[in-house]
Design a protein around this ligand. Sequence first.
Ligand SMILES: NC(=O)c1ccc[n+]([C@@H]2O[C@H](COP(=O)([O-])OP(=O)(O)OC[C@H]3O[C@@H](n4cnc5c(N)ncnc54)[C@H](O)[C@@H]3O)[C@@H](O)[C@H]2O)c1
Ligand SMILES: NC(=O)c1ccc[n+]([C@@H]2O[C@H](COP(=O)([O-])OP(=O)(O)OC[C@H]3O[C@@H](n4cnc5c(N)ncnc54)[C@H](O)[C@@H]3O)[C@@H](O)[C@H]2O)c1
Lengths: 207, 207
Amino acid sequence: AISKATIDRLPLYFRTLGQIREEGVEIISSDELGKKIGVTPEQIRKDLASFGEFGKKGVGYYVTDLARHIGEILGLHRGWHIALIGYGQLGGALANYPNFKTLGFSIKAIFDDNTAKVGKQAGEMKVQPLAELEETIRREDISIAVITVPAGAAQAIADRLIAAGVKGIWNFAPTKINVPPGVRICNEDLSVGLTGLSYYLSRDIPE
Amino acid sequence: AISKATIDRLPLYFRTLGQIREEGVEIISSDELGKKIGVTPEQIRKDLASFGEFGKKGVGYYVTDLARHIGEILGLHRGWHIALIGYGQLGGALANYPNFKTLGFSIKAIFDDNTAKVGKQAGEMKVQPLAELEETIRREDISIAVITVPAGAAQAIADRLIAAGVKGIWNFAPTKINVPPGVRICNEDLSVGLTGLSYYLSRDIPE
Ligand SMILES: NC(=O)c1ccc[n+]([C@@H]2O[C@H](COP(=O)([O-])OP(=O)(O)OC[C@H]3O[C@@H](n4cnc5c(N)ncnc54)[C@H](O)[C@@H]3O)[C@@H](O)[C@H]2O)c1
Ligand SMILES: NC(=O)c1ccc[n+]([C@@H]2O[C@H](COP(=O)([O-])OP(=O)(O)OC[C@H]3O[C@@H](n4cnc5c(N)ncnc54)[C@H](O)[C@@H]3O)[C@@H](O)[C@H]2O)c1
């Protein structure tokens, strides 16, 4: 069984390998990879060994092969269909962020309950009214929903999505959403990056 | 010396403790805290011991006290002044997200180089033109800058910010930004949450 800590590091491995591949690096040692990800080389080797990746002794790991393998472990080849609910400022930024498509995710539908936004062009699609949610989720085989509505609206939206068959929720609203067993939820809180900066700056910049 | 892995977990500790405090929980065991954060109880105890937190044997940690202590370690009491550059969709969502203020961060200035956006009301402030960047950073004692401009504009903006005295950069643009020693940079990539969902769903939902 692979530990949760190892699983949670996989997206970081994948992103980091993608970045170094863009820099033209073809082989990376567990030392260098550890520095970039922020874990010890021993942990790197342990994590990757649990997926059958042992690298080339004294050399390191082949970046492209390792990235592809981790992408498969992450299930990115599945090409998930996504719905986004709440086409406001954050929803708009996410809907138009090209990196998700590069990773194999396709946004198939966007919903909003503001009549001024319904019918608006959003990239290649039009914003749909909430009334079309259930039918669209079934027709477009949507597995993941991104929730970018205000906190007060989030639970009701989640309930509808789950009833319609959505199995994964990426929630940005600053509220706890209750989901039944069998539904995965990722609560995204952007304050984590900012508090990390605060830690380092409070030591760099004397009071 | 505290390990980088432990430091990187601190913002997660802080956020998790805040969430359970909102749920009214006053004491939490290392077992329960470990489950919520995704590390072993042994790692929890090891991390917290490195900050002088040992909890109450057989009982656990007092949530409010621990949250306050970790907040101090994270430097949140410093009340950092922040500038945001690029008042588009993502910038707009971040500028209006109340959680940052709750954590003690204050957005003191917002900049954009689109004349249609300059002068626009953004919460309690007006969007300023780039020409006012250097003077505003000095006057408002800004230490952290949030970069939410397109990828092609990011490095030039970072160079100006650093020359003006900014010490920390929170970068959302999907590009590598070069910074000199003494400047901290956090590159935020939202795809990490989505790839994590993909891992779990690819096992929940058979192909
Ligand atoms: N997690 C984070 O770090 C983070 C950062 C910034 C914003 N946020 C949160 O993201 C959410 C969106 O922020 P924003 O700045 O884009 O807000 P916004 O007001 O610009 O957008 C919200 C959108 O949701 C729509 N909406 C409201 N209720 C709805 C419903 N019941 N069904 C469908 N659509 C509905 C609105 O019409 C609007 O278009 C908020 O909850 C905000 O607190 C989170
Ligand atoms: N990191 C992530 O996970 C993630 C997610 C979504 C978007 N993004 C990125 O965030 C950035 C913003 O996305 P968006 O959807 O808000 O784009 P946007 O086009 O809505 O906003 C960009 C804003 O920057 C301004 N701008 C452009 N050049 C500037 C300059 N030189 N100086 C000052 N302002 C300038 C524009 O006028 C505009 O208001 C993009 O780089 C996008 O790729 C990242």
